[in-house]
Ligand binder design. Structure first.
Ligand code: ADP
Ligand code: MG
Length: 321
């Protein structure tokens, strides 16, 4: 017998152990009651994933559950926020319990990892679409915005770049890569790790931050625009994984600069805070790299180590282009 809407909500979303004392009322009423700490402000973000657009219809539902939450936690990380709660809007073509079970496995595993409790949502029949709203807290004075970069600040990035873009190119048959890297690349595309610890540690130290979802050049471009500044990027120093490092010559650069779905943090740090940032990476699950410097002159200048300019054509992803 097909599952009713209410039975489905109860089975998959309501019967979950409570994770947090600040959830006064979670799934099951008309709305949730949530307590924000008195010395913090609420940080709210939402991102939508549409089947056929952001993932293939036949993709592993566990990966979809993971990624739908991960992209939102990544936005909280880019604000320097500590994550707390999420709501889930789900349009499903049918009540497919195998799909729902897998989706919930991926979603709740990541949620538990970061202490995030699902506190509500909406479920409807429709073309497979998932929107998660994530909420967190940050001290108002420490929130990481896009508009604080100043000339002389170092431009930095967590982890490595371009892996997810390379995984997409691989899936589309545009390139080939040794078998030993395939699983790593697929995981980088399907199961991004939100850089929550890094964002919290950078709050109050970085002058600006953004998470890289549309490619480094484009997303750093948002910081530059909001900060009314420019930057020089040292393209030979962009951090690359072993899987990406095997690409010959400059064939890696389009992935590093414009591959989407990295979900690393790009941030700027004033010189006086660099040592403090370095001192914190002991608790990080990834490294970070200084990749350039903010300049007063608007625009992004990609420079090789020999001083010559690298020109880029199409940088990053835009849903409407
Ligand atoms: P209402 O009609 O008052 O909006 P619903 O019947 O849509 O209530 O939802 C009942 C309860 O289940 C609410 O607490 C709602 O937040 C929760 N809920 C519905 N769908 C989801 C979902 N996909 N994930 C989490 N909670 C959900
Ligand atoms: Mg409703």
């Amino acid at each position: 017998m097909p599952l009713s809407e209410f039975a489905l909500i109860r089975r998959y979303f309501e019967r979950r152990p409570p994770l947090r004392a600040d959830v006064l009322l979670g799934v099951g009423d008309d709305a949730a009651l949530l307590k924000v700490p008195e010395d913090r402000v609420l940080v709210a973000t939402v991102d939508m994933l549409v089947a056929g657009r952001h993932f293939r219809k036949d993709a592993d539902p566990r990966g979809i559950g993971h990624k739908a939450l991960a992209v939102n936690l990544s936005d909280l990380a880019a604000m320097g926020a500590e994550p707390a709660w999420a709501t889930l809007t789900l349009a499903l073509p049918e009540a497919d319990e195998t799909w729902l079970g897998g989706f919930c496995d991926g979603l709740f595993a990541l949620a538990e990892c970061f202490g995030v409790q699902l506190v509500g949502g909406d479920t409807t029949r429709g073309p497979l679409t998932i929107a998660i709203q994530a909420h967190g807290f940050v001290r108002e004075s420490k929130a990481l915005r896009r508009n604080g970069a100043r000339p002389g600040d170092s431009v930095c990035v967590t982890g490595t770049l371009g892996d997810a873009g390379l995984a997409l190119a691989l899936a589309e048959g545009q390139i080939n890569t040794p078998d030993r890297y395939r699983q790593y690349l697929q995981d980088r595309l399907d199961r991004p790790t939100p850089r929550i610890r890094q964002g919290i540690d950078l709050a109050g130290l970085a002058s600006a931050a953004i998470d890289i979802s549309d490619g480094l050049a484009q997303d750093l471009g948002h910081i530059l625009e909001r900060s009314a500044a420019g930057a020089r990027l040292w393209v030979d120093r962009l951090p690359r994984s072993p899987a990406l490092a095997i690409l010959a010559g400059e064939t890696a650069l389009p992935y590093l600069l414009a591959g989407g779905d990295d979900y690393e943090l790009c941030f700027t740090v004033p010189a006086e805070n660099l040592a403090k940032v370095r001192a914190r990476i002991d608790h990080w699950d990834c490294n970070y790299t200084e990749i350039g410097v903010i300049e007063a002159e608007p625009g992004l200048r990609c420079v090789r180590d020999d001083g010559t300019l690298y020109r880029t054509e199409r940088l990053g992803y835009d849903h409407f282009l």
